[in-house]
Design a protein around this ligand. Structure first.
Ligand code: SAM
Length: 341
């Protein structure tokens, strides 16, 4: 049973997050040099008011699921206040470097790491962020960068994966289930999963040691959550060994062939009747009056594989990998697509 106080606490937390990150967004815009207007045709884009209303609807849907008892309200997750503020400072200090890359003035990665075996497609300044995925500094400011981009709605978008997971888990004993978060990054979705279903055995897999270290700091030491350095396209799990696999904001970062392999791997490692949930950007046609955002995003951010992702269909790719669609929800700027094997 949720109380009025629970509802007010949830609303206050989300409002504070949105205000905080919208403030960062507004301040950041003043620091950035304007980009030249794109010279290619742009589809329709939503107004700010429409986006704000849609973000509110996202929080409202999450609250309705909490009130219906599908899962508990999220607890605040993040570093201590002093560290939280330090990260904001780091974010603003880093912005001029991001801006220089946006304007083509530099494209640097940490030196001396070429022998680490990481694939070439991975070794890039995604989003123009400093060091790509390759440093502690990048891992420390990634969450701020993402929340500023989505004005405080990124965690709520990730957590929309909870609805299909909760529905699928109904009648199952969580202590007997094993789940994987593929491309878990700094571990936000994994931490929320652990909070919501503490009995689950969870694993997070990512290619970036600094991001995995950040995830461990966020989640803390617990035998219930394993973190594994590895590649999505070659999973270190046996066939049909996991009950569910979830992945947030990974697919649009992968080249076509690697994305195809990663989806086949997800289908391979999940048990028959198991669940696969993918949270990622909306794709063309999911919200036709917003299609212009899909044209603009890779213009403003270094996203080498995003256009191919946005013009494709997660549903079609998963079907080709042997999965069957069970649910789909547009969640603000992302889509949550659930499949079974
Ligand atoms: C945009 S971030 C998403 C992170 C996290 N899931 C989230 O919701 O913020 C993409 C993550 O995928 C990881 N990644 C990219 N390519 C990968 C691959 N082939 N195998 C495993 N992880 C990969 C990166 O290191 C990064 O942490």
């Amino acid at each position: 049973m949720v109380s009025t106080l629970d509802r007010l606490t949830y609303a206050a937390r989300q409002t504070a997050r949105v205000a905080w990150y919208a403030g960062h967004y507004a301040a950041g815009r003043r620091l950035l040099k304007p980009m030249p207007k794109p010279e290619f045709p742009i589809g329709p884009t939503p107004s700010r008011a429409e986006l704000t209303a849609d973000m509110r609807a996202l929080f409202e849907r999450e609250w309705q699921d909490i009130a219906a008892g599908l899962f508990a309200a999220p607890r605040a997750r993040g570093p201590e206040p002093a560290e939280f503020l330090r990260r904001s400072l780091l974010y603003f200090r880093d912005l001029p470097h991001v801006d220089a890359r946006r304007h083509g003035q530099r494209n640097d990665l940490p030196p001396g790491e070429q022998g680490d075996g990481l694939p070439e497609y991975y070794r890039q300044n995604f989003h123009f962020q400093s060091d790509g995925w390759l440093s502690d500094h990048s891992a420390a400011i990634y969450d701020t960068q993402v929340e500023v981009l989505f004005t405080g709605a990124a965690d709520a978008m990730r957590r929309r994966a909870f609805k299909p997971i909760a529905q699928w888990m109904a009648g199952r004993n969580q202590r007997a289930l094993t789940g994987l978060d593929l491309g878990c990054g700094t571990g936000r979705l994994l931490a929320f999963l652990h909070d919501a279903w503490p009995g689950l055995r969870l694993a997070g897999l990512d290619l970036s040691p600094p991001y995995l270290a950040e995830a461990r700091r966020l989640i803390g030491r617990t035998a219930r959550v394993k973190l594994i350095e590895g590649a999505a396209e070659k999973l270190p799990f046996d066939d049909a060994s996991l009950d569910f696999v979830v992945s947030s904001f990974l697919m649009h970062e992968l080249p076509d062939d690697i994305r195809g392999k990663a989806l086949c791997e997800m289908a391979r490692v999940v048990k028959p009747g198991g669940l696969v949930v993918i949270v990622d950007s909306i794709q063309r046609g999911d919200q036709p009056s917003w299609d212009g955002l899909l044209d603009l995003f890779p213009h403003y951010f270094h996203e080498p594989y995003y256009a191919a992702y946005a013009n494709g269909s997660v549903e079609a790719w998963c079907s080709a990998a042997g999965l069957t669609s069970v649910a789909s929800e547009r969640a603000f700027l992302s889509k949550v697509a659930a499949f079974t094997k």
